[in-house]
Design a protein around this ligand. Structure first.
Ligand SMILES: Cc1ncc(COP(=O)(O)O)c(C=O)c1O
Length: 346
């Protein structure tokens, strides 16, 4: 039985073209700056994001941590959303390793934070307070329905930050999903922020790796932060080669994942006992809920699993399904059919 794995876009396997690129990659020692494939990739990534320079790192978590450590000193404060990935799921790295203080404010359902809430959270010059240094945004916003933050909102936050002498970091793990969903160039989403991270190993299907982008000066410092974390890699062209293919071949096709996500959401909306607002689905992430207590969330996941379909339970009655390169429209139809059968059993 074929498995339809909708738990995350991180389950994607490298494409045949990526495997070929990895096999043929020209390599060197990247800690000496001598891996030609890494150098080519970092230049390409910086250009795509519209920044002067970039740095290949091992993961999205490391990318965000490298940026926060580069922006902030010990005892300084970061304003970020209470549903942001960095706050919820990155093991408290900023405080554990950097002595940096997270100051959370509410994420709205669309992944934004209200400008007035951000402004109210910025500390004044009082000896009792930590110093505010950085604001973090997330685009697309994983826990907020995979919503895409528009360029105007990002520019408004950046303008507010500038007014107060702060920097802005954008966790753009799925920045290309946001760009494709909004029909804009990724550069429009990054033009006003100081640093950006994005992932190769999610919807872009590369096997490993993330990227940090910023000014040349920022990236030189970020290289030092990466080294502190043990993230200096040697023949990393193995990773960068798949990253080059990801940027060249896997960005435009994200539209197909978004189409499949909407197809799934519409299918779920027609199944009794499940609740979803299909209008919320803008990118590859679909959240839905059990509307009654005919069966438990664990039972639903187990029964679906018996039919070869994997989804993630993310709350007492809440689920997440993510479309990606390994999922076809036919897989979506099979999933909707299976969900309908499971709900009928209840
Ligand atoms: C928005 C966001 N940021 C960062 C990460 C972390 O990426 P990684 O799993 O590569 O550490 C994720 C992972 O799902 C994510 O969704």
């Amino acid at each position: 039985m074929r498995t339809i794995d909708l738990r995350s876009d991180t389950v994607t396997l490298p494409t045949p073209a990526m495997r070929e690129a990895v096999y043929n990659a020209e390599l060197g020692d990247d800690v000496f700056g001598e891996d030609p494939t890494v150098n080519r990739f970092e230049q390409m990534a910086a250009e795509r994001i519209g920044k002067q320079a970039s740095l290949l790192v091992a993961s999205g978590t490391m990318a965000n941590l490298v940026c926060i450590l580069t922006h902030c000193a010990r005892g300084e404060e970061v304003i970020l959303g209470d549903r942001s990935h960095t706050f919820l799921y990155e093991s408290g790295g900023m405080s554990a390793l950097g002595g940096i203080h997270p100051h959370t404010i509410s994420n709205q359902p669309d992944g934004t934070m209200r400008l007035e809430d951000i402004e109210a959270a910025i500390r004044g010059p009082n000896v009792h307070f930590p110093r505010t240094r950085l604001i973090c945004l997330e685009n697309t916003h994983n826990r907020c329905y995979g919503s895409a933050l528009p360029p105007e909102y990002i520019d408004a936050v950046a303008a507010l930050a500038k007014e107060h002498g702060l920097s802005v970091h954008l966790d753009g793990a799925r920045i290309f999903n946001a760009a494709v969903a909004l029909g804009v160039d990724a550069k429009e989403l990054t033009r006003s922020v100081d640093s950006v991270s994005f992932c190769l190993s999610k919807g872009l299907s590369a096997p490993v790796g993330s990227v940090v982008c910023g000014t040349s000066e920022f990236i030189a410092e970020a290289r030092r932060s990466r080294k502190v974390l043990g993230g200096g890699m040697r023949q990393a062209g193995i990773i960068a080669a798949a990253g080059i293919t990801a940027l060249e071949e896997m960005v435009d096709r994200l539209a197909e994942d978004h189409k499949n996500a909407r197809r799934l959401a519409k299918g779920i909306a027609a199944i009794g006992g499940l609740s979803i607002d299909p209008e919320r689905v803008q990118t590859d992430i679909v959240y839905f809920e059990l509307a009654g207590n005919r069966l438990t969330a664990d039972e639903l996941v187990t029964e679906l699993g018996k039919k070869g379909i994997k989804i993630l339970r993310v709350g007492p009655s809440r689920f997440r399904a993510v479309t990606h390169y390994g999922i076809s429209a036919e897989d979506i139809d099979l999933t909707v059919k299976a969900l309908g059968e499971v709900m009928k059993m209840a």
